[in-house]
Design a binder for this molecule. Structure first.
Ligand SMILES: O=C(O)CCC(=O)C(=O)O
Ligand SMILES: [Fe+2]
Length: 290
């Protein structure tokens, strides 16, 4: 089973897997999502994705939010998120797609994507760690080294926000695809992008995707969204993922309070992240123009 999912993931750049949240945990995770969403919208949780900013660094210039950042943060007190991130089912799926040993797994980001309340918003067509003006050759080099991480969206409510161009994780953009992804402006209609498809997740479904697949997203303020959004790496990638992951500001993950809430598996994965962070020097900057 896992090997056919891996084949699909590698071939298409994404794969949908159902039921990675155990039925007995679903309500707890949903309730924790609702609590962190309420805190973010009321201003009591300041780590958020702000409407008006597509990528890090996020600012505070709009009260409306399209995401909650750092949901494993001990100050939120929602231990169910770390418990799920390190659960057998989820780790088994991520590890299977990465094709690595458990001891090689690296903890990375865990955020929550939510519907803004007052404005529709959208992300432009992008690859998470390749700039919009990269040449075809630069794209090929970046895509070739991007195998040591998986990203996923797990829907709590039905979610049709994400659009992807299947197979584009391996290919430089065509002239028409470049033309539609060279500016910072989101598309009016994502389906004008050649070969694009809309991804719909039913509650409980997870899409794993290569985060350098060409993708975009639209956020409708009237459509309830709570989608767990996370990534995990494997240490064989060395520092290739450092900029993309560390740009979100992960100093808080080095604190004792966070480590103490993790099980043994989680602590090993966290140590891998910290080793990567300690291995990079200087200003790592940001993946994308903002
Ligand atoms: O909203 C989504 O599902 C995609 C988010 C995304 O592409 C990003 O944060 O880079
Ligand atoms: Fe993205």
């Amino acid at each position: 089973m896992m090997s056919s999912l891996k084949t699909q993931y590698e071939d298409q750049g994404f794969v949908i897997i159902p039921d990675l949240i155990l039925p007995q945990d679903f309500k707890d995770i949903e309730a924790a999502c609702e609590r962190v969403i309420t805190r973010t919208r009321s201003g009591s949780w300041s780590h958020r994705r702000t409407v008006g900013k597509q990528f890090p660094p996020f600012d505070n210039n709009n009260p409306d939010s399209w995401g909650v950042q750092h949901i494993m943060h001990p100050d939120l007190g929602e231990s169910v998120f770390a418990k799920w991130y390190t659960s057998d089912k989820l780790v088994g799926a991520a590890q299977g797609l990465l094709g690595c040993q458990e001891a090689e797994l690296q903890m990375e980001l865990f955020n929550l994507l939510i519907n803004p309340l007052f404005h529709n918003f959208a992300l432009r067509w992008h690859r998470d760690d390749v700039k919009e003006d990269a040449t075809g050759d630069e794209e090929c080099i970046a895509l070739a080294q991007w195998g040591h991480g998986v990203q996923w969206n797990t829907a709590i409510y039905k979610d049709s926000c994400l659009y992807v161009v299947p197979k584009s994780h391996k290919l430089p953009r065509s002239a028409e695809q470049r033309a539609q992804s060279m500016t910072l402006t989101p598309p009016e209609d994502p389906l004008t992008m050649p070969e694009a498809i809309q991804v719909t997740l039913q509650p409980g479904e997870t899409v794993f995707y290569n985060s350098n697949i060409l993708h975009c997203a639209t956020y409708d303020s009237t459509q309830q969204r709570a989608t767990l959004h996370a990534c995990m790496g494997d240490i064989r990638g060395g520092s290739t993922r450092a900029r993309n992951v560390l740009q979100h500001g992960l100093e808080w993950m080095k604190g004792d309070q966070f480590r103490e809430q993790l099980d043994g598996r989680g602590q090993k994965m966290l140590s891998a992240l910290i080793a990567m962070q300690e291995g990079v020097t200087g200003d790592i900057g940001y993946s994308l123009s903002n």
